[in-house]
Design a protein around this ligand. Sequence first.
Ligand SMILES: Nc1nc2c(ncn2[C@@H]2O[C@H](COP(=O)(O)OP(=O)(O)OP(=O)(O)O)[C@@H](O)[C@H]2O)c(=O)[nH]1
Ligand SMILES: [Mg+2]
Length: 298
Amino acid sequence: MKSGFVAILGKPNVGKSTLLNALVGTKVSIVSRRAQTTRDAIQGVLSEPRGQVVFVDSPGVHDPSKELGQRMMREVERATQGCHLVLLMVDASQPVDESDARVIALAEKLSMPAFLLANKVDKVARKGELLPFLDRCRQLHEFEEFIPVSATRGANLGVLLDSVFEHLPESPQYYPDGYVTDQPERFMASELIRERILRETHDEIPHAVAVLIERWEESRKKLRIAAVVVVERDGQKAILIGKKGEKMKQLASKARLTLETRFARPVQLEVFVKVRRNWRNKRGFVQDLDFRKILEAG
Ligand SMILES: Nc1nc2c(ncn2[C@@H]2O[C@H](COP(=O)(O)OP(=O)(O)OP(=O)(O)O)[C@@H](O)[C@H]2O)c(=O)[nH]1
Ligand SMILES: [Mg+2]
């Protein structure tokens, strides 16, 4: 049996989280059209008779200007710690740029095998462009493998998985069967609420939103959740709440449906919006967002 840890790295928005979800077969990490959706290193576990792969999603590599961004970059580092293999993802529908080169340079320092994944090939109309594209990536680093994929369509993921298993060491599985992610349920819930907000707001709001679970009461029949959405400015709060609270009502109702599906029981969801000025630059607040703190607190 083969088992190991595989980090997924890349600049923002290339499709890392979409790939993680597709490989694991469950929604483990939230996805949106916005860059910098993922803020934490998140594990997604695939268990098969031939072995177990612990994929680790990571925030998009960028130049951080705030405390939140700096923590996200520390999460990128965390994602690669103890890994056996790195999947370096680029967007094949766009030219390789400086930001991609930066991620590749980062992977080079890790001194572990790396695959180049050229994602979003479904958006590449002329397939003849793919080879020169991969060649340009090869000039930046001699990857172990070059694999074109489409995370949304699931294209070539079988080939990718076979190669991943080839590169993993002989080892028993790290986690029991059925274990899918290291995130606690209440963090997953806050992420699903955040995903809903990312999908339905624009401009600065997606980046300025944090979601905290204030109350979590579980019974067999029902889940009662109270969540606080934290934004940075009164104007953002006003937009989120909307006229007569209509916007928030809509958001909360959609989020509740997602949570009901996820946790397979009726959910009662209350959402409050609070302003905390400049929270992205407040170290203590940003550190408290770490889901591992929820685990430590029990
Ligand atoms: N056409 C196409 N779109 C894709 C593919 N994979 C991901 N996307 C889209 O790309 C956008 C970003 O996807 P994510 O999975 O959130 O990207 P990410 O790399 O995790 O982004 P960050 O967490 O912000 O770093 C979403 O709108 C996805 O639906 C793909 O194979 N083809
Ligand atoms: Mg992501």
